[in-house]
Design a protein around this ligand. Structure first.
Ligand SMILES: [Zn+2]
Length: 357
């Protein structure tokens, strides 16, 4: 984390008004083909003939097959996706001739149908495929064995230091196109705090209404090796916006740059006092931090079936070209501590010694 220039982008739910519009559209019946998913219910009513008042840009539309010709609707800004269907309807000429009079009578319906008209500005075809990681082939450890492992590792108890709700979210099950996206923990991303642990906890506990200020980890390990719990594992901590693991990333919204927050568990190490600035290196982390970090990583791997090849750093997955943490992190020190922990728990198979699965 670089608190001075946070841009740990989060990706939010589809807009609430979208589902509201879907409900309204559903009343009209579905059936239009080859249209954007949320446009289909609305456009079903556009098997119709339009009449357009050029000045007001109001379209009068009816659904002869479904709603009878007398059931006219008025829509602002007709949807581009529906125009072909509208103009090709064989009864168009006849209904156009009636439109002038009916249009005036039906103008009071305009406020209701404004809800529908917004659909036309939101027609978006999915511009990217949903990406997934290969099945790691690791079964999560049963709870009883996980508890036994935690005891064997002699890790300090977690201390609750919860983030303000504005600084984390929920792992998203679907993207803006209604497609299932990966949303279970599959990656572990290591960070450093840059500032002190106390200041970091204070920052996360502070409400941040602006997206660019929102940030969090799941857990933070201070210089003494204490485990500070910031966000539950099942929550979506905002630790690695604009990030990818190889080519893999998760996009929720059409304009998303891609993030790993939907599948990441974020673990941060408190930076030593000589690492507060933006220097290239500092004096590193304590042996207790390595021991506890290795134990925590092992527990997460066992709990979620994550291979060592998916334990990485913020620097390695960052695509914003602005993150270099954790600086001065020694993988050899971590690996020594990890092997000791894995041996205690009998979980050495979580490191297959491969670059990838
Ligand atoms: Zn970071």
């Amino acid at each position: 984390m670089m608190v001075g220039k946070l841009s740990l982008a989060k990706q939010t739910l589809a807009k609430p008004w979208l589902s509201a519009r879907l409900s309204v559209g559903g009343l009209l019946g579905a059936g239009a083909e080859a249209l954007a998913p949320w446009c289909q219910p609305v456009c079903a009513c556009l098997r119709l003939a339009p009449w357009r008042q050029r000045r007001s840009r109001i379209w009068l539309v009816a659904a002869p097959e479904r709603l009878r010709r007398s059931s006219w609707l008025v829509c602002f800004r007709p949807f581009p996706c529906c125009r072909a269907a509208v103009t090709s309807y064989p009864g168009a000429a006849k209904i156009q001739s009636q439109g002038g009079t009916l249009g005036l009578l039906l103008l009071p319906l305009v406020p209701l149908l404004v809800l529908l008209s917004a659909c036309g500005t939101r027609v978006v075809k999915a511009p990217f495929p949903v990406q997934t990681l290969a099945d790691a082939g690791l079964q999560p450890l049963p709870a009883a064995r996980l508890a036994a492992c935690a005891t064997a590792l002699r890790l300090p108890p977690e201390l609750a230091r919860p983030a303000d709700p504005s600084n984390f979210g929920q792992r998203q099950a679907r993207d803006a196109f209604g497609r299932d996206v990966p949303n279970r923990p599959q990656l572990i991303v290591l960070h450093e705090t840059v500032i002190s642990a106390a200041d970091t906890v204070r920052y996360f506990a502070t409400p941040h209404p602006r997206d660019d200020d929102q940030a969090s980890y799941h857990q933070l390990i201070d210089r003494a090796g204490q485990r500070l719990r910031i966000v539950p594992d099942l929550g979506r901590a905002f630790g690695a916006g604009m990030a990818a693991f190889g080519d893999f990333t998760v996009r929720i919204r059409p304009a998303s740059v891609g993030s790993l927050n939907n599948v990441a568990l974020h673990l941060s190490l408190e930076t030593p006092p000589d690492g507060r600035g933006d220097g290239d290196a500092h004096s590193g982390y304590t042996s207790e931090q390595y021991r506890v970090a290795a134990g925590q990583v092992l527990l997460w791997q066992a709990a979620w079936g994550i291979p060592m090849s998916r334990v990485t750093t913020h620097q390695a997955v960052d695509r914003s070209h602005s993150r270099r943490d954790p600086r001065s992190f020694r993988w050899d020190s971590f690996d020594t501590a990890w092997r000791e922990a894995a041996s205690r728990c009998g979980l050495t198979a979580l490191d297959r010694g491969r670059a990838t699965i």
